[in-house]
Design a protein around this ligand. Sequence first.
Ligand code: SAH
Length: 372
Amino acid sequence: MTNPDRPAAWGILPAEWKPLCAEMGIPAYRSAQILNGLYQQFAQSWHDITTLPKELRETLAQRVTLAPLRVEAVQDSPDGVQKLLLACADGERVETVMIPSKGRLTQCISTQVGCSFKCAFCASGRHGRVRDLTADEIVGQVMAACELMRPAAAGNDAGQESPARLGGAKPALPRPGNIVVMGMGEPFDNYDNTLRALRILNDQKAVSIGARHITVSTCGVVPGIRRFAEEGIQFELSVSLHAPHDVLRDRLMPVNRRWPVAELVAACRDYFEKTGRVVTFEYTLIKNANDRPHHTDELIRLLRGMPCKINLIPLSPVEGFDGKCPDERTCLAFLDTLLKAGFNTTLRKSRGKEVSAACGQLRLRAQTGGGA
Ligand code: SAH
């Protein structure tokens, strides 16, 4: 059982290991071996790191939690998308999705169990927010994916001692090439844990995924966007817009009542001014709700003159929301108008439908016994 008073290994920044070792009476040079065991060998238990003396592994096992999330379900979609349902130590469940594309693997990770924001079309918020994930649990989702990707020859004997597996320098084990924080939860509603996790994922001494390959998506928590602009790391920012004006956005996304469209777009403009980084606006296309030509015109007026990208996402149907996905012609027409207006726009192919890959669907099904 996880002890809340003990630090958890995947939530510790590489720079924090030396002082932590000092506190535990462990020589500072061991911290490099610990980091190597955690992030080059993907140790699943302290006893796996056989480059460390046995007593040291025992001290670590007593003082620092190293607890992989338990894989409860793996669902494979014919297009290669894989969805994992993972259980935390307290039994709460989180989802993560692995999406292979052009030789790279993109992993979509969650930051909360459930979500408070209740966007009309999103399964994550259906039953509200249960709790924030810790940094360890956020990084733990990536570690679970890494464990799954471990080449068979390197062994799949999590929890057992295997000197051959962890000893000596070996080529880096496979890990995701891109991370998108687009799973369950609102990252800026769990800001500190999310940023800590992203720094660990980015750190060269830890998971070492380039900042430009890490994208955070927010439903429009303006103070979070403003804070994110000050972080000084080149993470990518996506903003879920979904509607070009307040009347519609209020209906689809209650967060808009707190931070309306004008305030949101102003924060994004400032974000660009401050960081020089282009924001991506996500726009989920919902039949007859936000996919009409006048919506395109309003969107163009709203974003005119602002360096940005637009990512159109055909709605993935969810239980409890009666919106439908527009037909392909409508989606392409929407795309075409934005392209002609000079916006860098993409239309996302909806993937992983077979595994209920839209935000929060798998957990919702597991929770309601809906045949996941
Ligand atoms: N809370 C964050 C991140 C999680 S959702 C946010 O709102 O941005 C990631 C993206 O998936 C968001 O753009 C969200 O609006 C979108 N999304 C959620 N449910 C969807 C569905 N059923 N169909 C299409 N996109 C969906």
